[in-house]
Design a binder for this molecule. Structure first.
Ligand code: URA
Length: 187
């Protein structure tokens, strides 16, 4: 069994926070573990909880289109969330839930060893980039840490609610593509 599969089997048993009591499924992550690019969302919604896969609901359909814009699909990136279990009624995960779940994401990222991490929305950005991160002002900016390039873009659910944010996200996505090409060419 691969390290990632072993980790997944452990994560599926997790009872480190109260979300374990209300979940249907743990939503661990999907995609290509060899990819240099990882997308990190907030936490599972209703469909994700039912199916055990990240981004399979309406926001996920838009995420697929966003991947397509940069010439990718789910087989060419890895996709996971800050918290692996659905917060009831899709509320924001509490800080203590994010903290309790952090060991899984930390270990996932250790195994993946990505070059680029794209935070989808504010919750991922405050967890991974800066607790004071302001998504409206700082989306599309790059932060270099330990050989990894971090950026954050609007969450696809926010783009569904407010199509006015899409042009800015298009620019951010193109920049992610450019960064990915630059990384591929300096290998
Ligand atoms: N929103 C997220 O942040 N993650 C998912 O997996 C689905 C919706």
């Amino acid at each position: 069994m691969s390290d990632m599969e072993t980790l997944k089997q452990q994560c599926l048993q997790c009872e480190n926070c109260g979300l374990a009591e209300t979940r249907t499924n743990v939503v661990f992550g999907v995609g290509n573990p060899e990819s240099p690019l990882v997308f990190v969302g907030e936490g599972p919604g209703e469909q994700e909880d039912l199916q055990g896969e990240p981004f399979v609901g309406p926001a996920g359909q838009l995420l697929d289109i966003m991947l397509e814009i940069i010439g990718l699909d789910r087989s060419k990136a890895y996709i996971c969330n800050i918290v692996k279990c659905r917060p009831p009624k899709n509320r924001d995960p509490y800080p203590e839930e994010r903290e309790a779940c952090k060991l899984w994401l930390d270990r996932q990222l250790e195994i993946l060893s990505p070059r680029i991490i794209v935070c989808l929305g504010r919750i991922a950005a405050i967890s991974l980039i800066d607790p004071e991160f302001r998504i409206t002002r700082q989306h599309g900016q790059w932060f270099s840490r330990n050989g990894i390039e971090y950026t954050a873009i609007y969450h696809p659910a926010a783009l569904l609610r407010d199509a006015g944010k899409r042009p800015e996200t298009f620019v951010d996505l193109k920049e992610i593509r450019r960064k990915l090409d630059a990384i591929a060419s300096d290998k």
